[in-house]
Design a protein. Structure first.
Length: 66
């Protein structure tokens, strides 16, 4: 069980980085600063990548279980 949880750590880190970029992009957008849309978009892309990686890892874990 520990090894399956450890496989999810990179996906969680990618998702959290995306969440941080999204929050920073939102704050930039509120202040009407430059690059707000880019930060927001990059953050959302990282979050989607993190979710897709998590789904793929979970599918691989459940397929290999007896």
């Amino acid at each position: 069980m520990k090894t399956s949880k450890r496989r999810l750590i990179p996906a969680i880190i990618i998702f959290l980085i995306g969440l941080a970029f999204t929050i920073i992009g939102t704050l930039f957008k509120i202040q009407h600063w430059t690059f707000a849309s880019e930060l927001f978009t990059i953050g959302n892309l990282f979050m989607v990548i993190g979710i897709v990686v998590t789904i793929l890892i979970l599918l691989r874990i459940y397929r290999t279980k007896p």
